[in-house]
Design a protein around this ligand. Structure first.
Ligand code: 8YV
Length: 313
């Protein structure tokens, strides 16, 4: 029996889950009834399907005595209590690879939107500013600017390729140097921020990266700097970010992820120098289908006693 915590937008994936497993859908239950409903199904659950954002905590795992596998429909496993899964020998899978391009696209979407102030320009046309002949201040060109990438895995490298195509100079930082890349590595995140016009976060959320982008890093990025985050809200000290944006010691922020989703602080929503999207990095028809298919294929492999396609170590 499979406990599904959240639906995939792919109807085909949902149909496959239904056909191949005995599914219990938590997301279909009204919020205030979920706890009680869960008590009725928990005993027989052998697999859990969750998302990168939702994950699974120790308390829920403890309610599932027979669970063997947690299949994450996403790449980030920061919301999964991996200590608890490891301690019980529960397998965990995620969906690397298939979402790289889409997430990198959203990083560029945000970067370009901030650089050329897309939300303000859109507002200007819609509200008749253009017709009324109101002035429009020129933006800043991208070509020649430095794009610093924090976290240089698959997604970070895909962002680098895109930034280079726009004529940007790219650098990266992460603790472990990547071999064979011509992209220079900064000595630290702080040094990267100092050198960058745009700082793009593409590192995993973890206790080690929590609030890595703090007041000091934001200060180093500076008045003409822009922060882009497509990774996890936990990497940024959101209070410090709001303060820096408000005081204009940081130029702009373009954010797809937040500390406490879906709650975005009003103080952030009210700022003009931000571009905000609702955690949509991987949200395309094609990619959500490919991610969901990987979830299904991992579950099938597990129950057939075959090697998992994309295990999390
Ligand atoms: C979504 C993500 O949170 O892949 C990730 O880590 O953050 C996203 O793709 C979600 O997991 C989609 O189901």
């Amino acid at each position: 029996e499979v406990l599904v915590l959240a639906a995939s937008p792919s109807a085909d994936v949902m149909a496959q889950l239904e056909q191949q497993f005995d599914c219990h859908h938590l997301w279909q239950q009204p919020r205030d009834q979920q706890a009680q409903w869960l008590q009725g199904v928990a005993a027989e659950v052998r697999a859990v399907v969750t998302t990168g954002a939702i994950g699974i905590n120790a308390a829920l795992l403890a309610q599932l005595p027979k669970v063997e596998i947690v299949a994450v429909n996403g790449i980030g496993t920061d919301a999964v209590d991996l200590d608890a899964t490891r301690a019980r020998g529960i397998a965990v899978t995620n969906t690397p690879g298939v979402l790289t391009d889409d997430v990198a696209d959203v990083a560029m979407l945000l970067l370009l939107s901030a650089a050329r102030r897309l939300p303000a320009m859109d507002f200007y046309v819609r509200t008749g500013g253009w017709e009324a002949g109101k002035p429009v201040a020129p933006a800043r060109a991208l070509a020649g600017k430095v794009c610093g990438i924090f976290g240089f895995g698959r997604i970070g490298q895909a962002i680098a390729a895109r930034a280079q195509a726009f004529g940007m100079e790219v650098r990266y930082f992460q603790p472990r140097a990547i071999e064979g890349t011509p992209v220079p590595r900064a000595d630290s995140l702080l040094a990267l921020a100092e050198a960058s016009d745009y700082l793009v976060i593409a590192a995993p959320g973890s206790p080690a990266t929590r609030h890595a982008v703090n007041a000091e890093v934001l200060q180093a990025l500076g008045q003409t700097g822009t922060l882009v985050n497509i990774a996890r809200g936990s990497l940024v000290d959101e209070e410090a970010l709001i303060a820096a944006l408000r005081d204009r010691t940081l130029g702009m922020a373009a954010l797809d992820v937040f500390a406490d989703e879906p709650r975005v602080p009003v103080a952030l929503r009210e700022l003009e120098n931000v571009v905000l999207t609702p955690h949509i990095g991987s949200l395309t028809v094609e990619t959500r289908h490919a991610m969901g298919q990987l979830v299904v294929n991992n579950l099938r492999a597990h129950f057939a006693g075959q090697p998992l396609l994309t295990p999390v170590k």
